[in-house]
Design a protein around this ligand. Sequence first.
Ligand SMILES: CC(C)(COP(=O)(O)OP(=O)(O)OC[C@H]1O[C@@H](n2cnc3c(N)ncnc32)[C@H](O)[C@@H]1OP(=O)(O)O)[C@@H](O)C(=O)NCCC(=O)NCCS
Length: 173
Amino acid sequence: MNNSRSHSNNENTVENVSMRILFRSAVLDDVEFLLSLRNDPSAWSQFIQARYVSKEEHFEWFKGVLKRDDVKVFIILYGDTSVGYVRYEINEARALVSIAISAEYRGKGFGTQALKLTGQKILCLPNVTALKALVKENNKESLRCFENVGFCRVDREKKGNEYFIIMELGKAT
Ligand SMILES: CC(C)(COP(=O)(O)OP(=O)(O)OC[C@H]1O[C@@H](n2cnc3c(N)ncnc32)[C@H](O)[C@@H]1OP(=O)(O)O)[C@@H](O)C(=O)NCCC(=O)NCCS
């Protein structure tokens, strides 16, 4: 993995992603940011629940999430700017990962670094032995992003009309 990726274009310039990326646990104030990411069609079209969610539904869901010990949501920061989230849902020693980066920050290394940093933290939890992701077979950026941090393709599963690749990353031995 290239740890010192820089990217620039006419709209904004992003440099030294691996040096400047930070993350923190999500709080209730992040609800609007998370809703905007969730309802970006380019993001939700890639999720298992590929649909728009109402503000009310999202608020109720997120308030519930913040009370749960088995769900960890991290906000990804570039300087002071929130650029994405990574969520882990722990079930039977596996943490199911969900990730989205704001459209204007994609392709610049944030997703890869966000998974690397937050994944290390989750894999340190005593009740977690592996991280797991279900990625739509045609979601090349996401597949690449997970592979960049060491996830392996372990299976292929049909859900509805679509195929998902099941990817896993275990604790380092
Ligand atoms: C998937 C996602 C999180 C990746 O985040 P990202 O910040 O764009 O990822 P990175 O910049 O670290 O790039 C990951 C890889 O995808 C490639 N990539 C990213 N965007 C690309 C694009 N538009 N075209 C071609 N390749 C692209 C990168 O080159 C990189 O591969 P490389 O390391 O071999 O160069 C982001 O695209 C996203 O939020 N997508 C919508 C939601 C989604 O699909 N979530 C995942 C559901 S499982």
